[in-house]
Design a protein. Structure first.
Length: 286
């Protein structure tokens, strides 16, 4: 798949966002723009809509939804134009020629460390150190050139920083997926195509039956709600936005729902329509 725009990611070269971008665009030759945080990612996209797009994690099968990113999507009015699921494989890496028994310290992001504790229970001589990013941990090992240091990071990071993978897929749970959105800025042209999934958000009155009216109408049109997520309205008590992922076989089903929903909602916004991605890559689970 050809991509002629720069891709903004949260993280640094070799991070899982970059790996997800390579999977979605089916290319190792992607022009990656790193950012320190999701808010910085949003800032860069807003300021460079003409030649940038972004890829942003939205949920993980273990950790759940990333609520701050729903806020970013709503406030920045970004368009969701695609999705990709990445199997998160944590790999232990070090300088070439290093053996696991040589390691004294291994660093990585706290979430990555927590997902690999069972593996390291069999190597009690290794001290686990938390860092801000998996890819930066790999870079640190390459920069320090100490055979006693290791990192937990992606295969892409190992390749970039010239490290050797000592143990592959050391995460305790092999069913570990992160879902990423492909984002356009609000002023970029909306892609056309044949789509079977949509992301929307809405707000209803805090009264009995209001949300049920929405759900019933969706059910009447045989549309699947693959996700329903609530998050608070800032400055309000007991008021929520509801984020929905809708899956359909005919765009007409979705359009009929969207024509009806304004009559039963206080606020309604389409975040994007796109092709549904396959969740599981069974070859990597085996």
């Amino acid at each position: 798949m050809c991509i002629d725009k720069k891709i903004i990611v949260q993280g640094y070269p070799g991070c899982f966002h970059e790996e997800a971008a390579q999977k979605y665009f089916q290319s190792d030759d992607t022009s990656i723009v790193p950012s320190d945080s999701f808010d910085m990612l949003a800032d860069i996209l807003e300021q460079n809509e003409e030649d940038h797009i972004a890829i942003m994690a939205i949920e993980n099968s273990i950790a759940g939804s990333i609520l701050q990113n729903y806020r970013i999507l709503r406030e920045r009015e970004f368009r969701v134009v695609g999705e990709v699921f990445l199997r998160i494989k944590h790999n232990l890496m070090a300088l070439p020629g290093t053996k696991i028994e040589d390691l004294k310290q291994v660093s990585s992001h706290p979430m990555a460390i927590n997902q690999c504790l069972h593996f390291f229970s069999n190597h009690p001589h290794i001290k686990l150190v938390k860092s801000e990013d998996t890819a930066l941990s790999a870079k640190y090992v390459a920069d320090k050139q100490k055979e006693t240091r290791g990192a937990i990071a992606s295969q892409v990071a190992a390749k970039i920083y010239g490290l050797e993978i000592l143990a592959e897929s050391i995460e305790t749970s092999k069913i570990n997926y992160t879902r990423f959105f492909i984002l356009h800025g609000k002023n970029q042209q909306i892609p056309t195509g044949v789509f079977d999934k949509a992301s929307i958000y809405l707000r209803v009155l805090d009264q009995p039956g209001c949300l049920l009216k929405v759900l019933n109408k969706i059910s009447e049109h045989d549309v699947n709600i693959s996700k329903l997520q609530s998050y608070p309205v800032v400055g309000k008590v007991s008021e929520y936005y509801f984020y929905l992922d809708l899956e359909f076989t005919d765009i007409g089903q979705y359009e009929a729902i969207m024509e009806y929903l304004p009559s039963v909602t206080l606020e309604l916004k389409e975040l994007g329509t796109y092709k549904k991605a396959s969740v599981y890559d069974h070859q990597t689970i085996a």
